[in-house]
Design a protein. Structure first.
Length: 213
């Protein structure tokens, strides 16, 4: 979705089939998950740096990572990457500030919801962050890894996500950050009880803006 959005928006601006050159590299998700599940975040960083180096070798001028969870190690990766990296966390947090939100909910994997990267970035911009309770976090994490990643969520699971957003609304949130890049496949302005902040498409638009500059 991130790649498609990047190309579609570029072609719409150009008025033809033009878009900046794009290269993609991704290690196996299993390699990432093996590291994440044993708490080996240095291993996650090593994988990301490896990808950045391979992309730099193709001639890439900069890189983005359309995955929220691994941004736990973004600062280390950014220091070791041979090309500049754009942070999805900063892009989303800047958008929340631009919209004037004072409190937002964040949905994502349990590693994202329990991590500090969004909380810290939002706090720097004067925005409070809320996450679902432990039970709802388990539900969201399960839908992501058992359904969205391999194939897509069922109608009942989409309702679970919508209900979780509803509880974030009841907790005083003004919007919900879709802090997992698969979530926009099933949550959107049409079915969410709260305005959505779509990390996937926002990163694509920032990447396009950066490329065109």
């Amino acid at each position: 979705m991130c790649y498609r959005t990047f190309c579609e928006k570029a072609m719409a601006l150009a008025g033809d089939q033009s878009h900046p050159e794009v290269s993609v590299h991704n290690h196996s998700l299993k390699e990432y998950m093996d590291c994440i599940e044993r708490g080996d975040w240095d291993g996650v960083a090593d994988l990301m740096v490896s990808s950045a180096r391979k992309l730099a070798a193709t001639g890439a001028d900069f890189a983005v990572c359309p995955d929220n969870t691994v941004h736990r190690v973004f600062n280390r990766v950014a220091k070791e990457s041979p090309v500049p990296l754009l942070s999805i966390i900063d892009v989303v947090s800047d958008e929340c500030k631009k919209r004037g939100y004072r409190k937002v909910g964040v949905l994502g994997t349990k590693y994202t919801m329990q991590g500090s990267m969004y909380r810290d970035a939002l706090a720097k911009r004067g925005i409070a962050m809320a996450v679902p309770d432990a039970k709802d976090q388990d539900k969201v994490n399960s839908v992501i890894f058992r359904e969205l990643v391999p194939e897509g969520a069922t109608k009942s699971s989409v309702k679970v996500l919508i209900d979780v957003v509803g509880r974030l609304k009841d907790a005083g949130c003004e919007a919900v950050v879709l802090g997992c890049t698969e979530l926009p496949l099933v949550l959107n302005v049409g079915n969410s009880p709260l305005p959505v902040v779509d990390s996937t498409r926002l990163l694509a638009l920032k990447a396009l803006e950066y490329a065109l500059k």
